[in-house]
Structures are given as C-alpha cells and as structure tokens.
Design a protein around this ligand. Structure first.
Ligand code: BV8
Length: 234
C-alpha cells in the first residue's frame, strides 16, 4: 500500500454494537422501537417533548452500563501511534471513542453527554436526565434539549470534515449502513477526490459498491487487524 499520511475514518452504530448499544437498523434496533419522525426530528420534539427527552434520557443512562470494545480500543491505539493526520468522524452520539482514549474525534451528529439550551443556545456537558426540565447551567431557563443532530438539521463541523477529506490518502468507513446523508455521501466525495476507500462492516451496506475495498465481519475483529496493517505490524 502506498505511504499513508492522512486518514479520515467514519464510524456508525455498528462499531458500538459489540459494546451492547443498539444500532438503528438491525433487527430490534432503535428505530424499530420508535418512529424516526417521532423521536429524531425537530417536529417530533415540538409535538411531544416528553417522549423525545425520555428516549434520549434512556440512551444517556445506558452509557454508564457499557464499555468500549476492541474496535474502539484499536482506533484509540491508532490515534496514539499514527504520526500522520487522523480524524475520526463519528455519527454516534455515544462517548465510547473517547472512553477508549481516542482524542481526534468529531461528533458530526452531536453527543448524548452534551445539552443544548434552546433559550440561550449555549452547550453544556450533561450526564443527567432532561425529562424533569432541569435549568440550563448558563441561563437557568428550563429549556435544554439533547445536543444531537436530528433529521432535517445540519450536521456539525461539515467544513472541517470536507477539508479533512480533501487532504486524505485513505477514507475508512466502519459499522455504518450508508443510509443517512451527508455521511453516506463521504465515500463518493472521497473517490471523486482520488482518495482510497475501505469499508469494514458486518455485511454489505448501501454504499459498498463505492468502496475500492469492502471487508465483511465484526468490527471487534476487522478493526484491530486493519490498525495493525496501518501501523506496519500486519
Ligand atoms: C441534513 C443522531 C440538511 C441522533 C442521526 C427526505 C426528507 C428529509 C430529509 C432527507 C430526505 N432525504 C434525505 C434527507 C436527508 C436526511 C437523510 O439522509 N435521510 C435518510 C433517511 C434518507 N439527512 C438529514 O436530515 C441530515 N441533515 O440533511 O440537513 C440541511 C441542509 C441545510 C440546512 C439545514 C439542514 C441529518 C441526519 C442526522 C440524523 N441523526 N443520529 C441520534 O442518534 O438519535 S441519524 C442516525 O442514523 C445515526 O447518527 C447515523 O447517521 C444514521 C445511520 O445509522 P448507522 O450508524 O449507519 O447505523 P445503522 O443501524 O443504520 O447501521 C449499522 C451498520 O452497522 C449496519 O450496516 C450493520 O450491518 C453494521 N453492524 C452491525 N453490527 C456490527 C456492524 N458492523 C461491524 N461490526 C458489528 N458488530
């Protein structure tokens, strides 16, 4: 493989599946328990804030009971040992990349452990529930919402992501179904930029045909093997 000096990684719910966090679209996944329109759109939040706050309270609470898995740990090792440019763009709102020790992480769809105040628009680290309408730590208004990107809302830091893609030699997609845009379009953007593309996923995804190489298997096995290859131990 030609010298790799800049990597962009995109992760999705599949990288957290082996930690026991439900994915969205696998059987019994999160979206099967709820209609997307009811719990992951601004309209759903306006219609029934208690339902939405409760949905995210449950997911935030569940974080305390799960651990990073070997896939998160392998990416943290890559982050620590890879001397080139690296950006881990995650669609996940869990904090398992950080808890495994990764630092160069970008949450394009926000985070469960962050609160956004709809009154003052300030963000605060958040670990508790929101269903009981706690006061915003900044302005005290009882107006907190989950700091996550819902359907129809603009994902975070898109300029930074596209800038990283433009400078990358390698784009790796891990554990995502390629169903949701703009994340699902990154592989096409990468190819148009002449970036090499690799997919690591349990099964073929909606975007598999766009990748130069697509490996099927569990992230807990594929990711450590791939990281060893990149760090020259493969
Ligand atoms: C935007 C955060 C524009 C919240 C999420 C029509 C109407 C309205 C909108 C649209 C439309 N058509 C297109 C759109 C745009 C829309 C979209 O793409 N819709 C889709 C459904 C067609 N996108 C948006 O709305 C985005 N915003 O477009 O804004 C705009 C422009 C200008 C100004 C303002 C706005 C915002 C989308 C973000 C939504 N938020 N999450 C929360 O988490 O609750 S989406 C959520 O689902 C995730 O974040 C992720 O992005 C997405 C997909 O989930 P995955 O991570 O891929 O998980 P999934 O379960 O699907 O797949 C898991 C994969 O893992 C599987 O392939 C499985 O095989 C694999 N796997 C399982 N186990 C393992 C494994 N792999 C390895 N190992 C294992 N063990």
């Amino acid at each position: 493989m030609a010298e790799i000096s800049s990597i962009v990684i995109l992760t999705g719910a599949g990288i957290s599946a082996e930690s026991g966090i439900d994915t969205f679209r696998d059987a019994g996944g999160l979206w099967e328990q709820h209609r997307v329109e009811d719990v992951a759109t601004p309209e759903g939040f306006a219609r029934d804030p208690d339902l939405v706050l409760g949905f995210y309270d449950l997911r935030r609470k569940a974080l305390a009971g799960v651990q990073p898995n070997p896939a998160h740990e392998a990416l943290a090792r890559l982050d620590a040992e890879f001397s080139g440019e690296l950006l881990i763009v995650t669609q996940n709102v869990d904090n398992l990349h950080e808890r495994a020790g990764a630092r160069r992480v970008l949450h394009m769809h926000g985070e469960l452990k962050s609160a956004l105040c709809t009154a003052c628009e300030m963000r605060s680290p958040w670990d508790a529930a929101m269903s009981d309408r706690p006061p915003c730590p900044v302005c005290q208004a009882p107006s907190l919402r989950p700091d996550v990107v819902w359907f129809g809302e603009m994902p975070y830091q898109m300029d930074r992501i596209y800038s990283a893609l433009r400078g990358a030699d390698l784009f790796v997609s891990i554990g995502t179904s390629g169903a949701v845009y703009p994340a699902a379009g990154f592989v096409r953007d990468a190819r148009e930029l002449g970036v090499r593309t690799l997919e690591l996923n349990l099964e073929r995804s909606e975007g598999s045909h766009w990748f130069h190489e697509s490996r099927q298997g569990r992230a807990g096995e594929l990711v450590p093997t791939w990281v060893d290859e990149i760090l020259g131990r493969g």
